[in-house]
Unconditional design. Structure first.
Length: 481
């Protein structure tokens, strides 16, 4: 009976990184070392090199492969981690040579996700991604069942073990997709309820370890797990928040991205990423202190493009306590912020972030002076819930006077819901801001119509006077006769 056993995984690791001149966007070595640390690996040695193109058999070439095998024996390593995506045949060839477990970049990221998954949905998504990745890397565990011999009692079952593994794997993949579809439907129902209640959704996205969870904790005043490691949080977290000037919103902390994020993960996490697609605003959290900031920004944009995102994005440049950048808002054009500089750890720039979100969700802000009638209590409560009241006082007649900061369209909507007219609560100069502006041709038409109405009324009066005179003459003639 012939057996082939894959080597068990371990934590003592050899790191392999090559500079492939054919690859225009190489994977970053420092980031891969952070990935290895996040997976719990004990880095023993680093193997580097340079090639024009990958080797078909070992990816690294036969000489470099022998060097890796010697380091494995010297350090008694348990696993070899490649900062590249290996083909199934390359992975098997290297394993046979070095006699220990071999894991490529995609496999390492999948392993980290498997460690981080805590919720039912997260575990389903990770398992599906792992099975999709494993489907091309099935290794024949034994060969005795596939042997076909002639003679009575010596014929095999007709299905090889490899075929059986593939069939069982496909059955499990189908089951996982069915379960995730139910999860997707549940999420869709929750989003529909939020949209029906007119509650905006704000999603935090960004490169892993950019500070999304720290910013999330700062905004919702909680202590969700956050750490200085890649993929510290995996499962999406939703919290309700009363955002000043906007009112009640739902804040979503999503999974972080990396360069060359495995397609299996993007596909499996589509139910989670739909929270991003259905959001009203994305806060793209950026590590402004990173040397690879621009590459990380592009990596996030690539993933968002892969899921066909068209949601408005506000770039939040985090960690200004390291870069010494002042907290401020940057505008693409007047009234439309496109970036804000903050430090979630040091609580810097939170007011600027709040103002930028308020402007993007609500529009250009204007200051209004309201004088409320006595029956406008519900309207006042709505303003308090939105957090837009700047000052409050009373006039000589006992009416409540409020100074608020709100977009004119939003105030017009609230006044309509409260059955209040702008002239009833606002000074004339401010009330005109809420009234429709007539075009020049509309004003001319109105004047023409007014002149026509006046001339028509004069004619009617003349005709009516003539009719009255004739009627009076007729009545007088009847009386004489």
């Amino acid at each position: 009976m012939d057996y082939f056993e894959r080597h068990e995984g371990g934590e003592r690791a050899i790191i392999v990184h090559l500079d492939i001149r054919q690859i225009q966007d190489p994977d970053d070595l420092n980031e891969f070392e952070l990935l290895a640390d996040s997976a719990g690996a004990d880095r023993l040695a680093l193997v580097t090199g340079s090639r024009a193109r990958p080797d078909a058999k070992y990816f690294v070439g036969s000489g470099k492969a022998q060097e890796i095998a010697e380091l494995v024996r010297e350090h008694d390593a348990d696993i070899v981690l490649f900062n590249h995506n290996l083909s199934p045949s390359q992975e098997r060839n290297i394993e046979a040579l070095v006699q220990c477990r071999v894991l490529d970049r995609t496999g390492l990221i999948l392993d980290i996700f498997a460690q981080r998954a805590r919720t039912y949905e997260g575990k389903l998504q990770v398992e599906l991604a792992q099975l999709n990745h494993l489907s091309t890397r099935l290794v024949r565990g034994w060969t005795h069942l596939e042997r076909q011999k002639g003679g009575i009692g010596l014929r095999g079952p007709g299905e090889t073990q490899l075929e059986t593994d593939r069939r069982l794997l496909q059955v499990r993949v189908t089951q996982l997709k069915t379960k995730l579809e139910k999860v997707r439907q549940t999420r869709a129902q929750g989003r529909a309820r939020r949209q029906k209640s007119d509650v905006p959704t704000i999603s935090l996205v960004g490169y892993t370890n950019a500070g999304k969870s720290t910013l999330f904790n700062r905004l919702v005043d909680e202590n969700i797990y956050a750490a200085d490691k890649l993929f510290a949080t995996l499962d999406p977290t939703l919290r309700r928040l009363d955002w000043q000037g906007v009112g009640r919103v739902v804040l979503v902390d999503t999974v972080g991205f990396v360069r060359h994020l495995p397609h299996e993960l993007v596909e499996s996490f589509h139910a989670t990423l739909e929270e991003t697609l259905e959001a009203d605003l994305l806060l793209h959290v950026i590590d402004s202190s990173s040397e690879d900031m621009h590459e990380q920004i592009q990596a996030v944009k690539d993933v968002l493009a892969e899921i066909d995102n068209d949601v408005p994005v506000l770039n939040v440049y985090n960690k200004i306590d390291i870069t010494d950048e002042p907290a401020h808002i940057g505008y693409a054009k007047e009234g439309q912020p496109n970036r804000v500089y903050v430090s979630s750890r040091e609580n810097l720039g939170m007011e600027e972030l709040s103002l930028a979100v308020q402007q993007l969700l609500m529009g250009t802000l204007t200051t209004f002076d309201l004088t409320l009638p006595y029956n406008a209590g519900q309207f006042k409560n709505t303003l308090y819930e939105l957090g837009v009241i700047l000052e409050e006082s009373y006039d000589d007649n006992g009416h409540e006077c409020l100074t608020i900061r709100l977009p004119s369209d939003r105030l017009k909507q609230l006044l309509g819901q409260a059955n209040l007219k702008p002239l009833d609560v606002l000074p004339l100069a401010q009330a005109t801001l809420l009234m429709p502006i007539l075009e020049e041709f509309e004003q001319i038409d109105e004047e023409d119509n007014h002149d026509e109405e006046e001339s028509l009324t004069a004619e009617e009066e003349s005709a009516f006077a003539e009719f009255e005179a004739l009627n009076s003459a007729a009545q007088e003639s009847d009386s004489q006769s």
